[in-house]
Write a protein that binds this ligand. Structure first.
Ligand SMILES: [Zn+2]
Length: 126
């Protein structure tokens, strides 16, 4: 048997105390869920920031560095200006996509949790 979270809709084992999102099954308390969503939102924002930096800013700087290095050491210049930016760009893209997905999930949870907190009457009815 499972219980469905009234906040995020996720199924948890019947004897669960908390949902992964922070919702308390016994008391209906959602403060932890709001804090968890806010924290997840911050993490996602950092992931997006890092993703953009790794995709654009850092490879741009490395490319310039590679050009400056080329007259002295061609292989090092290749690694710095081509290989490293490519790897960074892939990591950045993964981080950016993950961050955007995480941000969407976290902001939806936060919106749901806050909307629920504003309506104490809805909890009395249950
Ligand atoms: Zn939940």
């Amino acid at each position: 048997m499972t219980v469905r979270c009234q906040l995020c809709g996720k199924l948890s084992p019947e004897r669960s105390i908390h949902c992964d999102c922070g919702y308390d099954f016994r008391t209906g308390e959602i403060t932890a869920a709001i804090e968890g969503a806010e924290c997840a939102l911050e993490v996602a924002q950092r992931q997006i920031g890092w993703g953009i930096a790794a995709l654009v800013a850092i490879p741009g700087a490395l490319l310039i560095g590679g050009f400056l290095l080329y007259p002295f050491h061609a292989l090092a210049a290749f690694v710095v200006s081509v290989l490293a930016p490519c790897l960074l760009a892939v990591a950045g893209a993964v981080s950016l996509v993950g961050g955007i997905g995480g941000r969407m999930t976290a902001s939806r949870r936060l919106r749901q949790a806050k909307a629920r907190k504003k309506l104490p009457a809805a909890r009395v009815v249950q």
